[in-house]
Design a protein. Structure first.
Length: 194
């Protein structure tokens, strides 16, 4: 029993505690490297109305299924003052499938219309308490977390979505209305911290 308790304690410290709704965006000045090789941070790319942070990667089947929605969200909301960044925190794969070079190729192949950046030591993922790819965090213009979780309720088929969680949250935020559903369960591959 004691070994099981120690394991649970270890497990709880393996990842940071997931940000609660109402939390201020952490690590805004943390240096990230985007696929153009530029040094950026969340503060330098924040939107005038909102900032959307998506923990993502190149190869997770869940990301690949939802990726078309990334593009739609960016296309529909960037003109409205929403900045979007996809963050790759898969440190253990930075020498392989999630290298900066492969991220650049992936972003080009998929016609990414948003920033894609690497989180060198997974510091941002730890600070957010992110555990999955994709894992969504939406902040208002004051850097307050207003939504976290999944993009919508159907990763497999965009045509069968019945609840577009993220789009609903964005629409409410931009209309200055209350967001009805502020959290949903993030589904996806585990972030490969080490």
């Amino acid at each position: 029993m004691r070994q099981f308790t120690i394991f649970l304690i270890f497990l709880s410290f393996s990842y940071g505690v997931e940000l609660k709704i109402g939390s201020v965006m952490p690590k805004k000045e943390l240096k990230l490297i985007d696929t153009e090789g530029k040094s950026i941070n969340l503060n330098s790319i924040k939107g005038s109305e909102a900032t959307l942070v998506v923990f993502s990667c190149n190869t997770c089947p869940w990301v690949i299924k939802w990726e078309d929605r990334y593009l739609e969200i960016a296309k529909n909301y960037t003109p409205k003052g929403v900045s979007m960044v996809a963050i790759n925190s898969n440190v253990s794969r930075f020498d392989g499938d999630d290298s900066l070079e492969k991220m650049k190729k992936h972003a080009s192949k998929m016609n990414y219309n948003f920033i894609y950046a690497q989180d060198p030591n997974a510091e941002l993922a730890y600070a957010f308490g992110a555990t999955k790819t994709p894992h969504i965090y939406l902040f208002d213009k004051n850097d307050i977390l207003v939504y976290r979780g999944a993009i919508d309720d159907n990763a497999r088929d965009a045509n069968k979505v019945t609840e577009p969680f993220l789009a609903n949250a964005l629409d409410a935020l931009l209309s200055k209305k209350k967001i009805k559903k502020t959290t949903s369960k993030a589904l996806g591959c585990s972030i490969k911290y080490n």
